[in-house]
Design a protein. Structure first.
Length: 471
């Protein structure tokens, strides 16, 4: 529902105070302000399970930096919380609304402002979809590597907020490696620029890196300068089947210790392989206990695949299948891309964990998850960005069964505890949000939490930016 100021004053059913709406509409077009509860409820949460969400007072969809500044000045003056959002594809509740908040949806700020092949940068607004940027820079022979699994929907602003990763991280790294500079609207409405356009720069504290992964708790990103790479050759993929998860993890260790730099190194455990077989009829053998996918985008990928195939066989692979061309490579990757949908089909609902451990302890992580699944009598499949130790144990459960929901949450927590015991972290790329904030305190320790809160207070002294998230 789009409301004029005069209509808002007389709408007694609205939870939006007349003062808030009046002030917002002095600097925003009417179509940018949504108050109909039937509409605003659709902005209440992201894709995470078990994360509470409140009812927003209003949803604002700005198109300009000045409009974002106006929203933040208004929110600061009236002490109204603001929850920034992108496409809401997150998996930690980091974009969930709080009661009475302004949801600041940045999806309308979706312009690619510049692509510079000489400087190898792109300048974009936060609402640009990851896949749209990738295709646009590809027309210039360039490559934006970060590729979250939701890349056809997720936005660059959301990727920056959660420091997203993806399948290519083993070679190319995560979003943080590609953010050179930012324009950020602070909690009081001031505009700050951080970072640079140059390939190098070390002037002052690295505030750009501070904002990456801050989940909208320090400021609103309204523009980003992103580093690009030359477009690599099309990758070739190898699939290796193993009779145990430990053997597959041994192969991962051999590949990395051997100095190989795959563009992708993904692992699927037996639960995931069987779920994919049931859903997509991929024809993978029932005896497969783990499937490892490796890819190279080098000048001679066939030679790299042959070397990695030999290491897989030395680790006990029962079958190694290298692709001959790009089309065959895409077929091999279909199993991995189908995995989360397949696991969701097992029971209808999933909780996707995001624990990252040292590569050398990947086998212990898989074995521990299997013990947790047996203990709680649940189906838990593991897919992993094995090359960087980032595992995604996925708990399958019936959302209509209270006891199963309880066991799912308990198993989720135990998996995070296991990750910390193995020297890992509670999140490699999904962020903390609401779902993991209790565990963040355990990982950081009391001094770490104190310093994080001090940083938060410096940027947001009123505590209005994405309250209730992180800690």
């Amino acid at each position: 529902m789009i409301m004029s100021r005069s209509e808002a004053r007389h709408n007694d059913a609205s939870v939006v105070t007349g003062d808030l709406l009046d002030r917002l509409l002095t600097g925003l077009p009417a179509e940018a302000v949504l108050t109909d509860p039937d509409v605003t409820v659709s902005y209440a949460n992201d894709m995470a399970s078990f994360c509470p969400a409140g009812a927003p007072a209003v949803v604002v969809l700005p198109r300009t930096v000045e409009e974002v500044q106006h929203v933040m000045r208004t929110a600061s003056e009236l002490r109204v919380p603001v929850v920034p959002q992108g496409a809401r594809t997150g998996l930690s509740g980091g974009a969930n609304a709080s009661d009475g908040c302004i949801v600041l949806s940045l999806t309308k700020m979706d312009r690619i402002l510049e692509i510079n092949p000489v400087d190898r940068i792109a300048v974009v607004e936060p609402g640009v979809v990851n896949a749209a940027l990738s295709r646009a820079v590809g027309e210039h022979g360039l490559y934006y590597p970060p590729d979250p699994s939701s890349w056809e929907m997720c936005t660059i602003g959301g990727n920056i907020g959660t420091a997203s990763g993806g399948l290519c991280c083993v070679k190319y790294g995560v979003t943080a490696e590609y953010v050179l500079g930012l324009d950020v609207v602070l909690a009081d409405g001031r505009l700050m620029s951080t970072g640079r356009r140059t390939a190098k720069g070390v002037a002052g504290y690295d505030l750009t890196r501070l904002f990456v992964g801050s989940e909208g708790s320090l400021g609103i990103v309204v523009r980003a300068i992103l580093a690009l790479k030359p477009q690599p050759p099309q990758q070739l993929v190898l699939a290796a089947e193993f009779a145990s998860g430990a053997a597959a993890c041994d192969a991962v260790c051999r590949i990395m210790a051997g100095g190989h730099v795959p563009s992708l190194l993904e692992l699927m455990d037996r639960t995931t392989v069987r779920a994919v077989n049931d859903l997509a009829h991929m024809g993978l053998p029932d005896t497969t206990e783990a499937l490892l996918l490796a890819a190279f985008d080098t000048a001679d990928p066939a030679a790299d695949l042959a070397a990695v195939g030999a290491l897989c066989e030395a680790a006990g692979a029962t079958q190694v299948v290298p692709a001959d061309d790009f089309a065959e490579s895409e077929l091999l990757l279909q199993a991995r891309r189908s995995s989360l949908v397949a696991l969701e089909a097992v029971k209808g609902a999933t909780m996707i964990d995001d624990v990252c451990v040292p590569r050398s302890r990947l086998a212990e992580m898989l074995e521990g998850v299997e013990r947790i699944a047996d203990k709680h009598q649940l189906t838990i499949g593991v897919v992993a960005h094995a090359g960087d130790g980032n595992t995604h144990p996925t708990v399958c459960f019936d959302a209509q069964d209270p006891d199963e929901c309880r066991r799912a949450r308990e198993s989720f927590d135990e998996i995070m505890g296991l990750g910390l015991e193995l020297g890992g972290t509670i999140t490699g790329e999904h962020g903390v949000g609401v779902l993991k904030k209790e565990w963040l305190a355990r990982e950081l320790g009391p001094v770490g939490v104190e310093m994080q809160r001090a940083v938060k207070a410096a940027f947001d002294p009123l505590g209005i930016l994405n309250p209730g998230k992180l800690f």
